[in-house]
Design a protein around this ligand. Structure first.
Ligand code: HEC
Length: 129
């Protein structure tokens, strides 16, 4: 009987470590997905800065946009974080803005896909608040 109980405990331990390993794998995916989506759909404009598109990773191009979005975040009573900025950029990208078509041309993208692509293009130093 004790052996059975031990086996059950071992099986549960194996299951829980599997369950713990999974979220980490999921957390790693958006970055890869973001880069892939970016390369396929966004880079055509955002790498060279066509039609005044803010260039990927450029602090100079993004800081005026951050200023605008940051005041919206604080007006709404929120805290300025990278995630808050991404949340506020998302509806802009969904609708499109001037020369940017809706969803930045990625019509099959989910909100999470778009968020991952936005995260990929934001300047990293600017994000570490
Ligand atoms: C056809 C060119 C084009 C493509 C493709 C494109 N963008 Fe843009 N994007 C622009 C332009 C141009 C602007 C600046 C619009 C303006 O402020 O007038 C912009 C602005 C943005 C902004 C800033 C919005 C703001 O509120 O200031 C974000 C975020 C963004 N794009 C994300 C994306 C993502 C994510 C993709 C890919 C899924 C993408 N874009 C694809 C042209 C493009």
């Amino acid at each position: 009987m004790q052996k059975v109980a031990l086996l059950v405990v071992l099986a549960l331990m194996a299951l829980s470590s599997f369950a713990l390993a999974n979220p980490q794998q999921l957390a790693a995916t958006p970055q890869i997905a973001g880069e892939k989506i970016y390369q396929q759909y966004c880079s055509v404009c955002h790498t060279s800065g066509i039609a005044n598109a803010p260039k990927t990773g450029s602090k100079k191009d993004w800081s005026p946009r951050f200023n605008k979005i940051d005041s919206l975040i604080t007006q709404a009573g929120g805290k300025i974080t990278e995630q808050a900025r991404i949340e506020h950029f998302l509806p802009v990208v969904e609708k499109g803005l001037n020369a940017m078509p809706p969803k930045g041309t990625c019509m099959t993208c989910s909100n999470n896909d778009l968020k991952a692509a936005i995260e990929y293009m934001l300047p990293k130093a600017e994000n570490s608040l």
